[in-house]
Design a protein around this ligand. Structure first.
Ligand SMILES: Nc1ncnc2c1ncn2[C@@H]1O[C@H](COP(=O)(O)OP(=O)(O)OP(=O)(O)O)[C@@H](O)[C@H]1O
Ligand SMILES: [Mg+2]
Length: 319
């Protein structure tokens, strides 16, 4: 992966580390008689990676939808950088919050580069007449957009696939492309809904590095994931949602050690945990490979099967 973990590209005007940028208070979302999210408070500070975990149906995606204008919360308020969020998703994106979806939403018949260009539309000022007349202003803006989109593809490690159709990418790369498209709107906060669902352990590890690199660019991250190794490695803070309510919030050690979280979600660690065994195997294989060949290729290339369909494990519940 070609991620740059230095801070030299930190977004201009990014708030000082530790400033609250997202402030959700008492967010409640009801669907008829069902309360999917119930009075949830959550903050994200600049420079932070915050995790949101919980069992299936706990309300995690619904909460994301409330943060991104897809749903208007039944009760509560969401502020981004002190301003109450607008009720339309494109306005939320323009305000600085971008997201990826549990069920991948790419334009399958467009190229990888075009998908990222679509993500830039909230940041381009050229209007209808400019596009029709195609004057110098239009060409300048288009060139700048392409350059930025290419830069983002390099950042996520997909520049070599710029001309491929999105639907021909392997599953893990489609998830990376979704991240590049979200970054194209130049967000201050990125919401990731199960970014490693369906990935193999190597791809998951590469995604972990990518999220760190995104944070190092001055973008705060709020991430939903069921892979606890990923969450506890990555996050400064983790909030646990159970049946729509926030059960616990704290650092990884606090959350992992909380009896209520263990009972409601994590469960007791298995003596013969197959996930742990698989991860240990991968670690051993990587260590062996590293000692043999110092210049190893990108890890994501190992899954280069030319799959054509989205086999997303996610559910289409966030229309
Ligand atoms: N648009 C909707 N209309 C009615 N009920 C909904 C809607 N969206 C979500 N729900 C319900 O709200 C609850 C929370 O769902 P949600 O998808 O937010 O859970 P989740 O924590 O993201 O689960 P998972 O880990 O499986 O993705 C579920 O009972 C779900 O069926
Ligand atoms: Mg979900």
């Amino acid at each position: 992966m070609t991620t740059d973990t230095t801070t030299k590209d930190t977004a201009p005007g990014a708030p000082a580390p530790g400033t609250t940028i997202l402030d959700a208070r008492g967010v409640t979302m009801r669907f008829g008689g069902l309360t999917a999210v119930n009075g949830v408070d959550l903050t994200v500070n600049s420079g932070e990676i915050v995790g949101l975990i919980g069992p299936n149906g706990a309300g995690k995606t619904t909460f994301f939808n409330c943060l991104t204008g897809l749903y208007i919360p039944t009760e509560g308020e969401v502020r981004y950088k002190g301003q109450v969020l607008p009720a339309k998703s494109f306005k939320v994106t323009a305000a600085g919050i971008a997201r990826t979806f549990q069920n991948i939403r790419l334009f399958g018949n467009m190229t990888v580069l075009e998908n990222v260009l679509v993500g830039r539309h909230t940041r381009t000022k050229e209007g209808f007449w400019s596009a029709v007349l195609r004057g110098p202003g239009f060409h300048r803006a288009e060139k700048a957009s392409r350059e930025r989109a290419t830069e983002l593809l390099e950042f996520v490690g997909l520049a070599h696939k710029a001309d491929h159709l999105a639907r021909n990418l392997p599953y893990g790369e489609q998830r990376k492309l979704e991240i590049a498209r979200a970054l194209a709107s130049e967000p201050g906060l990125l919401l990731l809904d199960e970014p490693t669902a369906g990935m193999n352990p190597q791809e998951t590890r590469a995604t972990e590095e990518l999220v760190f690199a995104i944070r190092d660019k001055g973008i705060a991250v709020l991430v939903i994931e069921h892979d606890m190794r990923f969450i506890f490695n990555l996050c400064d803070r983790v909030a646990v949602l159970v049946q729509g309510e926030k059960l616990v919030e704290g650092d990884s050690a606090t959350v992992q050690g909380d009896e209520r979280v263990v009972a409601a979600y994590l469960g007791e660690p298995l003596e013969n945990d197959p996930g742990a065994a698989e991860a240990a195997e991968v670690e051993a294989a990587e260590a062996a490979q590293a000692s043999e060949t110092p210049e190893t290729p990108e890890t994501s290339e190992t899954s280069e099967a030319d799959t054509t369909t989205d086999t997303a494990a996610g559910k289409e519940n966030d229309r």
